[in-house]
Every structure is written in structure tokens, then in C-alpha cells.
Design a protein around this ligand. Structure first.
Ligand code: GUN
Ligand code: FE
Length: 434
């Protein structure tokens, strides 16, 4: 159960809220060694310092010339939407009605859901993503299907059944009571089974009645260490709709806050059009944002105020939001994030982007004691990158002098071709065939 991996190591050791310190906490070991014992990091350091502790007979995976980084973390994605990525022409509400809801209807069929869950997880691993926070469909079968696939590979995954009892096609509706019963049963079955975690998943305020949100609140109170995931303040029409559906509440986030769905381990996708007092609630409650740049550009939702989130100390993780997002790939997601920040006359450095996709993602999911870097005892999920998978990347890489310049090349030009191998729980689960 001991494994050794040699190559260039890159990670960020623990940092607090102070992002300025990323540079000081970057660990870059040119000839490095990772030793994995029973799926956990037992050693991460210089090859020269660790080699003597290795048993003679142990075969060492030699990745010299490659870059070994912690597995990427996608803090918001919909697995039933893999098949509608790139659907043309609509903004959020029409997009849901035209493409999303009809597709999600298929996931009541367990066999179909299982097949698609298998393809979904394969696609994550092919992109170096080892942890994701996932929306299933309204059907309990879809949740079992995904967790079964993830459990087989012993992945650190978070997922949940969509709760949705209004404003969607009848075939996709549950009821307050059935959503409570089904979610509770799934939660008890899957939450903390091996590395799996359950998220209570009201789709978004417009598709849940007050009665259903009360049921979500009851679940959260009964299982305080479970997660909550939903959508927040993505699109201006959506926000107006929420205000008309919940006139008694003081804005969109107040709907969730009223039902005690804010707090640690609550993850809100988008948060584009937050008002000042909503930012404060996000920060005070320790709620997290899933920043979904490819989705936000694609649906024309708007520009996430990333600098504001950082300034206000709100936890932010990167997210693809497939199928509104257009790529499973974290480099592509960072590439778009960079542009979103550029359009607001600010910068997102490569080091900060790398932090967001690894340890920062773990921080936003309250999992930074388990994943996100190569600290001793952490779970051994990592990616072996080929930083020069294309001719242009090679030219740019050779022309870059500093590490942060080189990482920036990867962040802007990188994609799944740069993922050479992916490891989960110390085991290789993807190998590029080129
Ligand atoms: N808001 C409610 N449901 C969805 C969804 O499936 N995708 C996105 N992007 N936003 C949503
Ligand atoms: Fe989403």
C-alpha cells in the first residue's frame, strides 16, 4: 500500500485569508518525491531527502519533466447536463425551459443515469478534476447512480438530489414531503460513506415553495454537517422573479437566510448581482460562492465581482457549471475567469488562479483539512501535468522566465491535453493515450 511518485511538485501550503501570501506559501520542488501510504500523503519533498526512506523493492513512478499538482476542485456542476453543453441562444430562464428540464427528465431511469454518471466521472478525471460538488436531477435514482460510480473509485465527491416542487414541468416536480423523505434517505445512505458527502439541494428559490424550503431547513437542522448547494443571483430576470415570489423577504439571499440555508458548507453558484447587504451576509455566515465564469459569459448573466469577494473575505471556489458552462476543464475555466476580472479592470494572477482551483476550492468547501495540497496526512488526489502538450504552449513556456509566467501560459492555453495522468486515493484512474 506504499507508492512513490517522482517529478516536479507544485502546491500551496496552508494560507489564511491573506491572499498576498500566496507567493510565500507556494512550494515548488523541481526534483520532488511524493510518498503515498494507504491513500494519504506520507511524504512530499525533495527526492534527495526522501529516497532513502523508500523500500528497495518499491517501483517508483517516474514523472520527471512533468508537473505534479493537487487534484482540481470543481465547486458546482450538473451531471445530467453534460449532454446539453453548448445549447444555442438563450439566457437562464429560457435555457432552463428549452434545454435543461427536458433533458433532466431522462434521469429517472436508473440504467440511463448510471451510464451517464460513468461518462461524467470519466470526463472529470480526464480533466484532472478529482473533487466536485454536483447537482443530480430530481430523481433519487440519479443520486444513487452517481454515488455508486464515485464510491467505486473512492472519490471525495459531494452531491445531492434536486428539490423542486414548482415552476418546472410536472414530470420533474417532487413535493415538500417527498423531497424531504427522499433527501433524508439518500443523505443517511451516502453522507460520509467512505469519502462521499451529501448536499441538500433546493434547485433555486423560484422552484421551491416556502413549504419545501422549510423541509430543507429541517434537514439541515437534523444533519448540521451536511452540505447545502443552490443558485443565487445569477440573472436579473431571475432576481425580479424571486422578489415577486417572495415579497415578504428582503431580497434573494434573504429567502435562503430566512430558511437557515446560509452558513458553513453552504455553496451558492454565481452571486453575480449581489447587493451590499447580501455580501455582508455571505461573509458573516461563512457561506461560499461557486464562481462559474464560462457559464456566466455563455448565458450572458454578467460579470462576477471577484475582487469584491476577495476584499470582503468571502470564500470562493472555481466552478464549471456544466451544462451552462462550456468546459469541464479547470484551465479553460480560469482562462475565462481571468477575462471576467479583466473586464472589471482588475487582475487574476496565475498563482491566485492555481490557488482557487486547488486549496482555495477546498477552503470554500470546508475540506481544506483533507484535500487541496500535499500536506502530510491529506488524501492523495493529484494530477500529473504535461505543461507542453502543444507546439504553441511549448514556445510560450520556453519564452517565459518566471514560474508565475509559465503557470499563466498553462492557465490561458491549457486544456485536457495537458492532463497526463490523474490519481484518486493514491491510485491512477486516468492515463492519457497519446
Ligand atoms: N438556476 C437554476 N437551475 C439552474 C441550472 O441548472 N443552471 C444554471 N446555470 N442556473 C440555474
Ligand atoms: Fe448551476
Amino acid at each position: 500500500t506504499v507508492k512513490a511518485v517522482r517529478g516536479t511538485l507544485l502546491d500551496i501550503s496552508e494560507i489564511g485569508s491573506d491572499l498576498v501570501s500566496i507567493e510565500n506559501n507556494l512550494r515548488y520542488i523541481k526534483d520532488g518525491l511524493l510518498i503515498i501510504h494507504q491513500g494519504k500523503i506520507a511524504f512530499a519533498g525533495e527526492w534527495e531527502d526522501g529516497r532513502d526512506s523508500l523500500p528497495e523493492s518499491l517501483r517508483i513512478c517516474d514523472y520527471r519533466g512533468k508537473l505534479i499538482v493537487p487534484g482540481f476542485i470543481d465547486t458546482h456542476i450538473h451531471y445530467p447536463q453534460m449532454e446539453i453543453v453548448g445549447a444555442y441562444g438563450e439566457q437562464l430562464l429560457e435555457w432552463l425551459n428549452t434545454y435543461t428540464f427536458p433533458t433532466e427528465m431522462k434521469y429517472g431511469d436508473k440504467r440511463y443515469a448510471k451510464e451517464m454518471a460513468g461518462l461524467f466521472v470519466k470526463e472529470l478525471l480526464k480533466n484532472g478534476t478529482t473533487t466536485a460538488m454536483v447537482f443530480c436531477s430530481v430523481h433519487p435514482e440519479s443520486v444513487d447512480a452517481l454515488f455508486e460510480v464515485c464510491d467505486q473509485r473512492n472519490m471525495r465527491m459531494i452531491a445531492g438530489k434536486v428539490m423542486m416542487d414548482r415552476n418546472a414541468p410536472d414530470e420533474l416536480l417532487d413535493t415538500p414531503q417527498s423531497s424531504y423523505d427522499d433527501s433524508r434517505r439518500l443523505l443517511k445512505k451516502w453522507h460520509k460513506r467512505n469519502r462521499l458527502l451529501y448536499a441538500i439541494t433546493p434547485r433555486f428559490a423560484p422552484t421551491s415553495s416556502p413549504e419545501q424550503l422549510e423541509k430543507a431547513m429541517a434537514l439541515r437542522e437534523e444533519f448540521p454537517d451536511a452540505y447545502v448547494q443552490t443558485h443565487l443571483s445569477e440573472n436579473t430576470d431571475e432576481i425580479e422573479w424571486v422578489k415577486s415570489l417572495f415579497p415578504e423577504r428582503n431580497g434573494y439571499l434573504d429567502v435562503y437566510d430566512h430558511y437557515r440555508l446560509t452558513g458553513e458548507r453552504s455553496v451558492y453558484a454565481h452571486c453575480i448581482h449581489l447587493e451590499e447587504q447580501e455580501w455582508q451576509v455571505m461573509a458573516e455566515t461563512g457561506s461560499s460562492v461557486a464562481f462559474c465564469p464560462t457559464s456566466n459569459m455563455y448565458l450572458g448573466s454578467g460579470l462576477f465581482n471577484y475582487p469584491k469577494a476577495v476584499k470582503d473575505n468571502v470564500r470562493v471556489g472555481m466552478a464549471t457549471d456544466v451544462g451552462a458552462g462550456t468546459s469541464f476543464n479547470m484551465f479553460q475555466t480560469l482562462n475565462e475567469a481571468y477575462k471576467v476580472v479583466q473586464l472589471q479592470q482588475q487582475k487574476l494572477s496565475a498563482l491566485e488562479g492555481f490557488y482557487r482551483a486547488t486549496l482555495g476550492g477546498a477552503h470554500s468547501l470546508y475540506l481544506d483539512d483533507k484535500i487541496g495540497n500535499f500536506a502530510i496526512g491529506k488524501e492523495a488526489d493529484f494530477v500529473v501535468l504535461d505543461p507542453m502538450a502543444t507546439q504553441v504552449q511549448q514556445l510560450r513556456w520556453d519564452n517565459s522566465t518566471t514560474l508565475s509566467e509559465k503557470l499563466f501560459v498553462l492557465m490561458t492555453l491549457g486544456d485536457d491535453r495537458n492532463i497526463y495522468r490523474t490519481y484518486v486515493d493514491g491510485t491512477m484512474v486516468y492515463s492519457c493515450t497519446r
